[in-house]
Design a protein around this ligand. Structure first.
Ligand code: NDP
Length: 287
């Protein structure tokens, strides 16, 4: 069996068209343009690419965006001051602090300072709490994008065995919560694995739906995958042969039924969900 591709680029294009229409309708109705402020610290090349992609996507769908660049020597207090300004700026509906921040900065303090009503990354404890309770406001963009990708490809999660490899606050944990939540896109029986899981393959082989978010090139191989499984590869690893995922794509493609490519799988949807969350934030600002 050769797996079909879960094409994130094509779905992102469709969803961005839908968001563009919704943004235009919102602007017509309330006379306000949704706006996203991005905070970029230092000159990490990957972070610069991510922020540029997010800004370009904003432009495509009619969302205003502003980039606040700060040197890598910035202090926690300086960042807190900027976040405080953005929190009270009525033109800014969403605030994105691009991670990682330099080691001298208290990342949690900065993320916690973003007002929960503008927290389009969904990292604030209040938004995490709402997600845990099954009444989400802002869901972290990567897991939300994966949920959309599965839904649009007709992958029924209800009652299926889902395994999430990775337990980060940004990807693994919220992904597991979404899959275990009641209702559409959820209702799965979820297992979370991490670096202390002794026999990873024994667990991943139980998965009907396997989500891998660990950050190690080609870590999940064909023999770790149940035949016919749906495999979502979140990993982005820079190697001598270019960008690769956490899954050994060539091998696993022969075992899985559906699989995301890297690049062109999860990444474009992460950006797209940021746009969706910014529009949600703009709507919330009108309530
Ligand atoms: P983190 O480094 O925050 O978390 C990695 C997780 O993987 C940890 O829970 C860790 O376990 C676990 N892990 C590491 N090695 C293994 C292993 N050998 N076996 C099992 N579990 C392991 O990473 P992120 O969640 O932020 O990102 C994961 C990957 O996804 C990265 O490559 C990142 O670049 C990519 N990414 C892609 C996005 C996209 O849009 N496509 C968006 C966000 C991230 P432990 O907790 O025990 O340390």
């Amino acid at each position: 069996m050769t797996a079909q591709l879960l094409d994130g680029r094509e779905l992102a294009r469709q969803l961005q068209e839908e968001i563009q229409a919704e943004v235009a309708a919102f602007v017509r109705q309330v006379g306000v343009t949704p706006g996203l402020a991005a905070v970029l610290v230092g000159d990490d090349p990957a972070s610069q690419v991510y922020v540029r992609n997010k800004q370009k996507a904003c432009e495509r769908v009619g969302i205003a965006s502003w980039l606040h660049r700060l040197p890598s020597t910035v202090t926690t207090d300086e960042l807190l001051q900027l976040v405080a300004r953005l929190n009270t700026d009525d033109g800014v509906h969403g605030i994105l602090v691009q991670l990682p921040l330099p080691p001298q900065v208290d990342t949690l303090r900065v993320l916690d300072a973003v007002t929960p009503l503008k927290d389009v990354d969904g990292f604030h404890p209040e938004n995490v709490g709402l997600l845990v309770q099954g009444r989400p406001r802002f869901v972290p963009c990567t897991p939300l994008g994966i949920q959309r990708l599965l839904e649009r490809h007709g992958v029924d999660t209800a009652g299926r065995a889902a395994v999430v490899v990775g337990r980060s606050d940004t990807v693994g944990k919220p992904m597991a919560l979404l899959l275990a939540a009641r209702g559409r896109g959820g209702d799965a029986t979820v297992t979370i694995c991490h670096s202390r899981t002794p026999d990873l393959g024994a667990v991943t082989r139980t998965a009907d739906i396997l989500i891998v978010a660990i950050g190690q090139a080609h870590c999940v191989t064909a023999e770790m995958v149940k035949p016919g499984a749906v495999v979502v590869d979140v990993g982005i690893n820079r190697t001598d042969s270019g960008l690769v995922g956490d899954v050994d794509f060539a091998g696993v493609r022969e075992v899985a039924s559906l699989i995301t490519p890297v690049p062109g799988g999860v990444g474009p949807l992460t950006v797209t969900m940021l746009l969706a969350n910014t529009l949600t934030a703009a709507r919330i600002s009108q309530n």
